[in-house]
Design a protein around this ligand. Structure first.
Ligand code: PMP
Length: 359
């Protein structure tokens, strides 16, 4: 018999919430199934991107370029920022972990809106720091006045998710600028723009513009959503050189694979084609939102590739009804459901359930 384990783990691990990935759809007697549970891009890879990745796979016996030099140069040209202000990681979530590791520990506080991206409480908890969650407003937006009031001497980092996952609204220019003016310049403000490419509202402020003006602002973006590379795990941070240097110190060596770097570089080369797909998804999003509102649903504004339905106690029942049609969605028990904008057939199956739902 193996003796009892005596290994001691850090106390903060006791309360780490589980990350619940979007489930794959359940099988349905031979009918097609669809995954609308992870905010993925429904389009298959562009041939040119697939070719670049396939060619790169031939070098799998070699470590990737640890400095990701070619990718950083491509991003530098794309955003007109120096390479010293750019870091890449295995998804933007890795960069968030590195930023927190670099800035907070026991006794520190991280302020963010809630509900928001479910990785936030996990990432904060792992550092030993404390999450200070500020409830969203009734229309599912950031409550910046309350966030400002939540900042204390212990606050080291603020996370701003715009547009917000899972509810959809985007942060407006005037509210973000006023908030940043109020935040002490020693507090790091992380602007998570994972869905930036889906935003069509014009009164927003671009995180990249803000980082240029404010050394305490760092922007996180990703190739996972609009660029369709979720499976390859590539995200990037844009921030002041000291912030980027801190990220690099915390990064795992050789994290972003050679194949992923090649696919990301190729994607920047095919950006026009990829953004046409994003445009089509935005048109589809507006169709879905319009249909839901017509059916009497109160849908918060969404500037992302998903919609949020507040369902309260009906959440799991609704999720099961959609799942029975072969479509997986992301339920948050007792709160609501997030549905990714996918193939029109999939969206229609979900809409059929929503239209006939007895509220
Ligand atoms: N930020 C937000 C708001 C997200 O929704 C996600 C993905 N669910 C991420 C960051 C992480 O994306 P990735 O690690 O794939 O770049």
């Amino acid at each position: 018999m193996t003796p009892d384990i005596e290994v001691r783990f850090r106390a903060c691990l006791d309360d780490v919430p589980a990350y619940k990935p979007g489930r794959p759809p359940a099988r349905t007697d031979g009918r097609p199934t669809y995954k609308l549970s992870s905010n993925e891009n429904p389009y298959p890879p562009l041939p040119g991107v697939l070719e670049a990745a396939t060619a790169a796979a031939a070098q799998m016996n070699r470590y990737p370029d640890m400095g990701a030099v070619d990718l950083l140069e491509a991003l530098s040209a794309r955003f007109d920022v120096p390479v010293s202000d750019l870091a890449v990681g295995t998804g933007s979530v890795a960069l968030l972990y590195h930023l927190l590791q670099a800035t907070v520990a026991d006794g520190d506080e991280v302020v963010y809106a809630w509900r928001s991206f479910e990785a936030y409480p996990i990432a904060v908890q792992l550092t030993g720091a404390t999450s200070v969650q500020v409830p969203l407003t009734a229309d599912a937006r950031h409550d910046f006045k309350a966030m400002e009031a939540a900042i204390t001497d212990r606050t080291k980092v603020v996370l701003v998710c715009t547009p917000n996952n899972p509810t959809g609204p985007v942060v407006r220019r005037d509210e973000l600028v006023a908030f940043l003016d109020a935040v002490p310049s020693s507090v790091l403000v992380v602007i998570d723009e994972a869905y930036r490419e889906f935003v069509r509202a014009d009164d927003i402020v671009d995180g990249v513009d803000l980082y240029r003006e404010r050394p305490n602002v760092v922007v996180l973006r990703t190739f996972s959503k609009a660029y369709g590379l979720a499976g390859f795990r590539v995200g990037y941070a844009i921030g002041h050189p000291e912030i980027v240097a801190a990220i690099r110190k915390c990064a795992l060596p050789f994290g972003v694979s050679h194949v992923a770097q090649a696919a990301a570089i190729a994607s920047l080369g095919f950006e026009d084609e990829l953004m046409e797909r994003v445009d089509a998804l935005v048109v589809e999003r507006e169709r879905v939102v319009g249909a839901l509102r017509e059916a009497g649903w109160d849908v918060p504004e969404t500037e992302t590739n998903f919609v949020w339905l507040e369902l309260g106690d009906d959440t799991m029942k609704f999720a099961e009804a959609v799942q029975a049609e072969g479509v997986s969605v992301r339920p948050f028990p007792g709160e609501g459901i997030r549905i990714t904008i996918g193939e029109p057939e999939a969206n229609n199956l979900f809409l059929d359930v929503a239209r006939t739902w007895n509220r």
